[in-house]
Design a protein. Structure first.
Length: 602
């Protein structure tokens, strides 16, 4: 390789107490006047403009020993003057966003995504890159090491030093965690996997490695038995309260509640929190195929929004397979899995936005709606994650029913991998539907018509699914009931509590009252004129707060009228509500025929 054509970066946690990285970009050749540098405005996998360039604190260049001033062109782009010799760009980046999407630095760890710290030299996106990763000089950093899926170019494994990337796209797709992290390693189908865990914890890492190995090997085998990477890294932070993940081509960044990690004294048990965490790991790992390599047919322009109607497939299908993987591998029981599905359906049924926005529109508008939800979101949008998972579930069960078990969604995913992922051929809007139709064609015109009807409504329509018919075909009975409490998330039959009266609002505590966060259209609160932002203080002249609202309502019956007093800004408001019984929007599933069920979840 001609190293004179490589771009070289170096990054140092120069001041962890001030949360500042120092970054240097060395350009080993002369540049013409007007050559531009830019930083992405969003990170792939998180569909929102985040304007990472706002965190660049200082920026200048040096050419042949002389300081070079850069001219800012727009919010994220700079222009260089002519430089007749190699030049270096020096800049500092503020890093205090403890999310999987950006960069975070303090005396406990250093973390960054390349989209937050590495400027791109426009016109050289395909140029190979190297990056030197340096340690901080503070005492707390003396035991820090490096966790990343970036290939080394001289650095020892987990060590500081030089790493390499094939090009800029590769460079920004390997997050880096620098900390005194806990580490457990395993192999899945012969491929090394690392799990690096930062944060206070007392987790059973050996059990976690065993369970992750099962998940990873199942998914690798689903797509043909050969992983699309040589090594994989789970970068994870254990915190008091947090949840999230972001996929990358050979790694993932995760944040979880430390209590969700498995305990050493709980072998043989799978807590609800641990199920949630395993589902998150499964979700992000499945993205290694579905979205990182099986990609939508859109340009990945990181300077602006990139719209696609296909997130129902890339996020929704992935959301379907995350928990399905757990039950198919025996990590959770069939009953546990059906409970999770029931909770997913409940979230959709409680969302009036499902009757307003299609999943294709939700995908397209994610930049301005799903990722920027306000108090009216539940009435106006539907989640392409949640409904997308149910679309995938329904598609799987529909294919099985119409083909008498000969075709299922696994077959479609394998074809997507072979035709699009392996060949780097982007997926156009109707490619998935066409694959399904081709696979089902031997079943005849009636089967194709039924498939088309399902897909058209599921993706582009807003009608509810016929869940009873879908689940009946696999030996499962679908039920709905009213919620029994504010914390009733569904998934199980009612346990004998009285039916909850439903106001149709969500509240939080606020100065001794109950602050309204949202009001569902069509609810009694909506008809009474209560609005988001109101602070409710009394119900029938009795003091009301967020803690006693449910108890006060429990003394009334459906049809009773109550008076609620509250404040809108600084003005006193009075509302009269007619109380209503809860609607049957809480779903649960029960096994009717275990043998038929096995054909789906085994």
């Amino acid at each position: 390789m001609n190293h004179a054509c490589e771009l070289h970066y170096s990054i140092t946690p120069i001041d962890p107490y001030a949360h500042v990285f120092a970054v240097q970009l060395d350009i080993p050749f002369a540049v013409a006047a007007g050559q531009r540098l830019r930083l992405p405005s969003w990170i792939p996998g998180s569909y929102m403009i985040r304007d990472f360039a706002k965190n660049i604190v200082t920026l200048h260049g040096e050419c042949d020993g002389q300081r070079v001033t850069l001219t800012k062109v727009d919010k994220q782009t700079w222009s260089l003057p002519a430089c007749d010799a190699p030049l270096s760009i020096h800049y500092q980046v503020y890093a205090w966003d403890m999310s999987v999407r950006a960069a975070h630095l303090d005396q406990n760890h250093a973390y960054f995504n390349g989209t937050s710290v590495f400027l791109e030299l426009e016109g050289y996106a395909d140029t190979p890159c190297t990056v030197d990763i340096h340690n901080a000089t503070i005492p707390e950093a003396r035991h820090w090491r490096v966790g990343t899926s970036l290939p080394t170019a001289g650095a020892e494994q987990y060590g500081f030093g030089r790493y390499r990337a094939e090009n800029y796209s590769d460079l920004i797709d390997h997050p880096v965690e620098i900390a005194d992290f806990s580490l457990v390693s395993f192999e899945a189908c012969g491929v090394p996997h690392d799990f690096a865990l930062t944060g206070l914890h007392n987790a059973d890492l050996e059990r976690l490695a065993d369970d992750l190995k099962i998940i990873c090997e199942y998914q690798i085998n689903l797509f043909g038995g050969t992983a699309p990477f040589d090594r994989y890294v789970f970068i994870t932070w254990a915190v008091g309260n947090g949840y999230g993940g972001l996929e990358h081509r050979a790694s993932t960044s995760l944040i979880c509640n430390r209590d969700d990690l498995p305990c050493r004294n709980e072998r043989g048990k799978v807590s609800d929190g641990y199920k949630t965490f395993l589902g998150l790991c499964s979700h992000e790992y499945f993205h290694s195929w579905n979205v990182k390599r099986i990609q939508p047919d859109i340009p990945y322009d990181l300077s602006r929004e990139n719209h696609t109607p296909l997130l129902w497939a890339f996020e929704g299908i992935t959301s379907y397979y995350d928990d399905l993987t757990l039950v198919r591998t025996g990590l959770i029981s069939a009953e546990d899995y059906l409970e999770l599905v029931g909770k997913t359906i409940t979230r959709i049924l409680r969302n009036p936005g499902r009757t307003v926005q299609s999943t294709a529109d939700s995908s397209f508008d994610t930049w301005t709606k799903f990722y920027k939800q306000d108090e009216n979101a539940a009435n106006a949008i539907v989640s392409y994650y949640t409904k997308g998972a149910l679309i995938a579930l329904g598609l799987d069960l529909t294919l099985r029913r119409l083909s008498q078990g000969a075709v299922n969604l696994d077959h479609i995913m394998v074809q997507l991998w072979q035709r699009h992922g392996r060949t780097h051929t982007p997926v156009a809007e109707f490619d998935i539907q066409n694959l399904c139709r081709a696979s089902l064609a031997p079943q005849g015109a009636d089967a194709l018509a039924a498939l088309d009807q399902y897909l058209d409504n599921a993706i582009y329509g807003t009608d509810d699914f016929d869940f009873a018919a879908l689940f009946d075909a696999v030996g499962v009975r679908f039920h709905t009931r009213p919620a029994t409490s504010a914390s009733d998330g569904g998934g199980k039959p009612a346990s004998g509590e009285q039916t909850r009266l439903e106001l149709g609002l969500l509240t939080t505590a606020d100065n001794g009252g109950a602050k309204v966060q949202r009001v569902l259209n069509g609810s009694s609160a909506h008809r009474a004129g209560i609005s988001a932002g109101d602070t409710l203080i009394a119900l029938n002249r009795i003091r009301l707060d967020n803690g006693n609202l449910e108890k006060l309502l429990a003394r009334y019956e459906a049809g009773d009228q109550v008076d609620i007093v509250g404040f809108r800004r600084d003005e006193l408001m009075q509302f009269q509500l007619t109380l209503e019984a809860g609607t049957p929007d809480t779903a649960y599933l029960q096994i009717q025929d275990a043998e038929r069920l096995k054909g789906w979840i085994r």
